[in-house]
Write a protein of this length. Structure first.
Length: 197
């Protein structure tokens, strides 16, 4: 097996941490995509911020690609999972439950439409890069801390949500405006180009 390499793709709020180990995940045939992470409120806001994101989200909800998490008053959304045949490289790996957005070539979603966790999460094994000049665990930890803080801010600002909030355009735009304001106050410049690469 070749040595694991980790790279950072800086794309504003869709910044990604990538590990070559994920292409041949030793833990699950579908890698982390067998259990897609939730869209927290900050993720929903991020998607709505992105070019075409509001229409994408509403269409995904209408088609059942994105559904509400279980619970009485769900505050998060999740990607549907399907039983699918997984191929890694040219080698069939069998069938597994996996995110509906996973293809044989990887994720089909633009990074700006994924939950942030999809973009930055890499397990400890995947972060082990002996040739990296800096410990790859650092950018990972910074990104995780950043999104944890923002989600905390959303919980404080939106302690309760109306029924059917996830299809309420006005509420969705208010979430995106809150994130815009949070990023501006944090000194982060933001352009659509950052999310459209
Ligand atoms: S982050 Fe770890 S568990 Fe997830 S796909 Fe990559 S190697 Fe597998
Ligand atoms: S959105 Fe993409 S990266 Fe995230 S779980 Fe689904 S296939 Fe994997």
């Amino acid at each position: 097996m070749t040595a694991t390499r980790v790279s950072l793709v800086v794309l504003g709020s869709s910044t990604r941490v990538l590990s070559t180990l994920c292409g041949e995940c030793p833990f699950h045939v579908a890698g982390c995509c067998h259990a897609p992470p939730a869209y927290d409120l900050a993720d929903v806001a991020r998607v709505v911020q992105a070019a075409g994101g509001l229409d994408f989200l509403l269409h995904a909800i209408a088609s059942g690609t994105i559904v509400a998490e279980d619970g009485v008053h769900p505050r998060t959304l999740k990607l549907a999972t399907h039983k699918r045949r997984i191929v890694q490289g040219t080698v069939p790996k069998g069938r597994a439950l996996a995110c509906s957005q996973l293809s044989d070539a990887g994720c089909t979603l633009d990074p700006s439409y994924r939950p942030a966790t999809c973009n930055y999460y890499v397990c400890a094994e995947g972060l082990r890069d002996e040739h990296a000049p800096e410990d790859p665990a650092r950018p990972y930890a910074v990104l995780r801390e950043w999104w944890t803080r923002i989600n905390g801010a959303f919980d404080a600002a939106f302690p309760s949500l109306p029924e059917n909030w996830s299809t309420d355009r006005g509420l969705l735009l208010a979430l995106a405006a809150f994130l815009d304001d949070y990023e501006r106050r944090a000194g982060l410049a933001r352009t659509d180009a950052q999310n459209s690469v």
